[in-house]
Design a protein around this ligand. Structure first.
Ligand code: AHR
Length: 671
């Protein structure tokens, strides 16, 4: 209701100082509604856009095990060398042998280019390690950081010597401090002397990884994840779960155990978009399932692994039944799911619990959810899912199963998917929607094209069926005119009020994708962007963070004119929802102005009396919907704290405020 101050109303609301156009909303602070699930609001990790190798995973050497199909891709080898294949790690058998170059003035050695260069920071320590053997009993190496583009006297700006002291394979380590900050350095290794040396698994990590782990994550990127305070971490994808064919699907068992022996897999994002082609994009699996579980634990998120349902990517294979595993041959895939649950939760004397313990985590990871199939659709999927559900529920009745409704957020196939998931008693359904402004705002065009969209989407969901996992979504600006811009994030914020209001059906959510290297992306928008040294959080990141850090424990009814505040006719683009937080005793109200005009608001906090100070967190900008954060201006748009004084009228506490065009405010008021 827009409150127009005519005489009678003026008398009634004289104490409110409400502007002539104020939008009157009401929060019933006494009526606790549905609990907000602890899994809200989550993150979705997929190795796309160099999110893992070259991104979150701290390794700085590309093709460290010489297992790329072109064994020297990423390397420059010089002098007298050869690639051999009888190394110490059976699943990564290749290595490089460096031999006497034949003359004192010649050199044998290797240089590595890293991922778009090797990023080094001044004063930071880097741990170089290598598996090596010297067939003659000893050999010497010189390890250097190199600036190839230098106009100075020396290309190298850090150097260390390494003695290989055995004819048997051993791991050697040294730490090099970088005296410089460089985005695109190289690692160079010279053979020093005439004795032959064999080199395998050549690695360089910052010592200062997240939680200081040796096989750790890049600190700034992992910290950005922790700072969201996510309720959930879904991994490892996305389409990479399926693979373009089954041979290249993601297989979790290949991603655990010693990193040196994890076999390489291709990454379908190398070639999925030929207009963004990356021939050197592979999965080393250094960031594998143990590391994903550990990361989830570190950042306080519930782990949600997603496993292959016996299907290759349906987009790539359409109706080709033969691309998938015959239904009567699914047992190894089903066993993968059962074994994963044992790996995560089993006792240390179980087969897979023992592997977890040997990797350094005897305590269970307490996994509660498993996704079966990524973005599958139609009977091909439903038929395959059935035996998975039966086997998992029989052995692990408490594990909740996440099925999928396919790649669309509406339409016949989506409906069919939901019906099938309900029939099969999946606990949750993963829905995906990369959609434009019309969808997020539920404009007449949006409704015409998509049907049930916008912030009212979940109000009509079946309360008796599986719960919703909005597992991949983002607002994609129309006509690709802009990416990760401010307006898109505000529309996401508005839409999310509908997720919050419908906490009884929406149990999990995740924006997607998560990471993108600015030189290596295939898909945008993305939540966090980075190069080899820097990163920035998109405006959408801040929206996710604002929700996740203010999720409360129970929904409170919030209305305008007795209707949900969801950008409906007459609501001038306003979206709002409210929760109570039992732990802090605060009422938390989210209001989003998706319109391009300022909107005065009045929120009546019924059930509360007296004046209060509301703590406010605002995401706003200077009015340009196309503004965006960038590496050079990472904080152009970020949440800002404010306060607003609430007044008391005879009946209740009242919060009067004005929202700037396209802005998002969270108000917290102590009850
Ligand atoms: O997030 C990018 C891709 O979008 C995911 O891999 C897939 O699940 C969806 O199609």
């Amino acid at each position: 209701m827009k409150l127009r101050l005519f005489a009678g109303a003026l008398a009634l609301f004289s104490s409110l100082a409400v502007s002539a156009q104020s939008h009157m909303m009401e929060v019933n602070t006494k009526k606790l509604g549905a609990p907000v699930q602890p899994t809200m609001y989550g993150l979705f990790f997929e190795d796309i856009n160099y999110a893992a190798d070259g991104g979150l995973y701290g390794e700085l050497v590309k093709n460290r095990s010489f297992e790329f199909p072109d064994h020297l891709m990423g390397w420059e080898a010089f002098g007298n060398f050869s690639v051999k294949d009888d190394g110490p790690f059976e699943r990564c058998p290749h290595y490089v042998e460096l031999r006497d170059p034949g003359h004192g003035e010649r050199r044998s050695g290797l240089s590595n280019n890293g991922f778009f260069g090797i990023g080094l920071k001044q004063g930071e320590d880097y741990r170089f390690s290598v598996w090596a053997k010297a067939p003659q009993g000893s050999a010497k190496l010189i390890v250097q950081f190199i600036d190839r583009a230098s106009m100075g006297e020396n290309q190298q700006f850090a150097e260390a010597k390494l003695d290989v002291t055995s004819g048997k394979w051993q791991k050697y380590e040294l730490v090099l401090k970088s005296p410089r900050t460089m985005e695109k350095a190289q690692l160079r290794i010279f053979l020093d002397g005439k004795n032959t040396v064999d080199l395998e698994h050549v690695s360089l990590f910052p010592v200062n990884t997240f939680k200081n782990r040796k096989n750790g994550m890049r600190r700034d990127l992992a910290q950005a994840l922790a700072d969201v305070h996510p309720g959930l971490l879904r991994f490892p994808g996305g389409c990479i779960v399926e693979g373009v064919d089954l041979a290249t699907r993601y297989q979790w068992k290949n991603t655990i155990g010693p990193v040196e022996n994890r076999p390489l897999n291709e990454n379908r994002w190398e070639y999925t978009f030929p207009h963004r082609f990356y021939p050197d994009y592979f999965q080393s699996y250094g960031l594998g399932f143990f590391e994903f579980f550990q990361l989830a634990e570190d950042i306080g998120a519930e782990p949600l692994p997603v496993l292959n349902v016996g299907m290759a990517c349906q987009f790539q294979n359409w109706d080709k039944e033969e691309a998938h595993v015959p239904v009567d041959q699914l047992q190894p895939y089903i066993q993968d799911c059962l074994d994963l649950i044992e790996f995560a939760n089993g006792p240390i004397d179980s087969e897979w619990g023992k592997v977890r313990a040997e990797m350094g985590h005897p305590e269970p990871f307490n996994m509660k959810f498993i996704g079966v199939g990524n973005e599958q659709w139609d009977d091909m999927y439903y038929r395959r899912l059935e035996p998975f559900v039966a086997a998992i529920k029989a052995k692990y009745p408490n594990i909740q199963i996440v099925g999928t409704s396919g790649p669309d957020s509406e339409g016949e196939m989506w409906q069919k998917g939901w019906a099938a998931m309900k029939k099969q008693k999946a606990d949750l359904v993963d829905e995906h929607f990369y959609r434009n402004e019309d969808w997020f705002l539920a404009t007449p065009e949006g409704k015409e094209k998509y049907g049930n969209c916008g912030a009212m989407r979940y109000d009509t969901y079946d309360r008796k069926g599986p719960k919703v996992f909005a597992g991949e979504y983002a607002c994609h600006g129309k006509n690709n005119h802009k990416w990760n811009h401010y307006e898109a994030s505000i529309l996401e914020a508005g839409f999310m009020t509908g997720m919050e209001r419908n906490a009884d059906v929406v149990y999990m959510t995740a924006y997607a994708p998560l990471f993108a290297h600015i030189e290596g992306w295939q898909w945008r928008p993305d939540l966090i962007w980075f190069d080899n040294l820097r990163m920035f959080k998109s405006c959408s990141y801040y929206v996710q963070q604002m929700y996740a850090t203010n999720k409360g424990t129970n929904v409170l009814p919030m209305t305008m004119d007795k209707k949900p505040v969801a950008g409906l006719d007459g609501q001038d683009g306003l979206h709002a929802s409210a929760v109570f937080d039992k732990d802090s005793g605060e009422i938390i109200i989210k209001v989003v102005n998706t319109s391009k005009a300022a909107q005065p608001i009045s929120i009546l906090l019924t059930g509360m009396k007296g004046e209060r100070t509301a703590q406010v967190l605002e995401l706003g900008n200077n009015g340009d919907p196309d503004d965006e954060n960038t590496l050079d201006k990472p904080e152009l748009i970020h949440p800002v704290p404010l306060t607003v004084q609430c007044i008391a009228d005879k009946k209740q506490t009242v919060l009067n405020d004005q929202l700037y065009p396209l802005s998002f405010r969270i108000y917290k008021v102590k009850k």
